[in-house]
Design a protein around this ligand. Structure first.
Ligand SMILES: [Zn+2]
Length: 297
C-alpha cells in the first residue's frame, strides 16, 4: 500500500501536471470503487467540466479540489495508482499510447479513466479494486469520520519532538502499532514503521509505557529522516507492492531498505540475521540484536 512518501510523490507530480486542467469525462468498469451518495451516472454528470484547482494530501488520502467547492477524494488502498498518459480503448481494455513504463504489466489494470480536456487522461490502475473514490462538497469532507479522525501529519514542519512526545504518551500498546495507527500519526504504514524502528534501535513489540525519553526522541528523529529521504527517492516499490508514480515509474527508496522484506539476511549494522514475525497478515521485520526488547538507549 502506498504510504506517506509515495502519496506525497504522487500529489507533487499531480500539482505539476493536472492542476488547472478540466475534467471532460469519466469512464469506469468498476463502480464498486465509488463510495458516497452518488451513483456513477450522477458522479459523471457532476464531475464533467469541473476544473482541478489544486491537489492536496492528508495522510494517505488524495484530495482534488474542484470548482464550486467540490472535492474528488481518492484513497489508493492496496494496489491503486494514478497514471497520467494518453490512452485508447481497444480489445476490451484501455491501453497506453506510449510504450514503457505506462504499458508495464503493473500499470495495465485500468478501471477508471478521467479524461482531461487537454488530451491526456488520468487513469487508475487497480489490480485488487480496493481503491476508494468519492465526490463530495468541501464541508461534507470535513465531517467524514475517516478524515476527522486522522492524526498529525508527521511531515509538517511545525510537528516537533515535544508534540510527538505528547501524542505518544497518550497512547497505549506496542510502538509499531502506534506508528501505524492513523488516528495518532497519519501516513505511516508497514514499510516505514519497520524501517523507522530499526533505525531507532527499538524493538517493534516494545510497549510505549516502557520507552525511555531517549528512545522516543530517537524514534522521532528516525521518523523525520526516513520519510524525507523516501520522498527524495520517490517512495518504495517493494516486491509485493504495486506502487508507481503518475508516470508509471517505480520509486527508488528500495535500495535504502534496511529490514523490510530482508528476512534471513544480515543486519546492516551487526550482521545478525533479520527476523520476521507475522501477525494479522502483516510482517514485522527487525534485528534481534540491535532491537532487543530490553535495549536501554
Ligand atoms: Zn543488528
Amino acid at each position: 500500500m502506498p504510504e506517506l512518501p509515495e502519496v506525497e510523490t504522487i500529489v507533487r507530480q499531480l500539482n505539476k501536471t493536472v492542476k488547472n486542467q478540466i475534467i471532460s469525462d469519466v469512464w469506469t468498469d468498476s463502480s464498486k470503487n465509488l463510495k458516497g451518495k452518488y451513483s456513477f451516472r450522477q458522479f459523471r454528470s457532476l464531475i464533467k467540466g469541473k476544473k482541478i484547482k489544486k491537489i492536496q494530501r492528508k495522510g494517505k488520502n488524495i484530495f482534488f479540489y474542484l470548482d464550486d467547492d467540490w472535492v474528488l477524494w481518492i484513497h489508493l488502498k492496496l494496489t491503486g495508482h494514478l497514471l497520467l498518459g494518453e490512452y485508447f480503448y481497444s480489445k476490451g481494455r484501455w491501453q497506453a499510447k506510449t510504450a514503457r513504463p505506462l504499458s508495464d504489466f503493473n500499470n495495465g489494470f485500468i478501471h477508471w479513466v478521467f479524461k482531461l480536456k487537454k488530451g491526456k487522461s488520468l487513469a487508475l490502475s487497480d489490480m485488487r479494486k480496493f481503491a476508494k473514490i468519492a465526490l463530495l462538497k468541501k464541508e461534507e469532507l470535513k465531517k467524514e469520520k475517516d478524515i476527522k479522525e486522522l492524526g498529525q501529519d508527521p511531515l509538517k514542519p511545525s510537528f516537533k519532538e515535544e508534540a510527538f512526545e505528547k501524542i505518544i504518551r497518550k497512547a497505549k500498546g506496542e510502538i509499531k502499532k502506534f506508528l501505524m495507527d492513523q488516528r495518532y500519526l497519519s501516513g505511516i504504514g508497514n514499510i516505514y514503521a519497520n524501517e523507522i524502528l530499526w533505525s531507532a534501535k527499538v524493538n517493534p513489540f516494545k510497549k510505549i509505557a516502557a520507552l525511555s525519553k531517549k528512545e522516543i526522541s530517537q524514534i522521532f528523529i528516525s521518523l523525520k529522516e526516513i520519510l524525507n529521504k523516501a520522498i527524495k527517492n520517490q517512495g518504495t516499490s517493494a516486491a509485493d507492492e504495486s506502487y508507481k508514480n503518475i508516470y508509471g515509474e517505480s520509486g527508488s527508496y528500495n535500495k535504502f531498505l534496511r529490514v523490510y522484506q530482508r528476512e534471513g539476511q544480515p543486519c546492516f549494522n551487526c550482521g545478525t540475521k533479520i527476523k520476521r514475525i507475522k501477525s494479522n497478515g502483516r510482517s514485522t521485520f527487525y534485528c534481534p540484536k540491535c532491537q532487543k526488547m530490553n535495549n536501554e538507549l
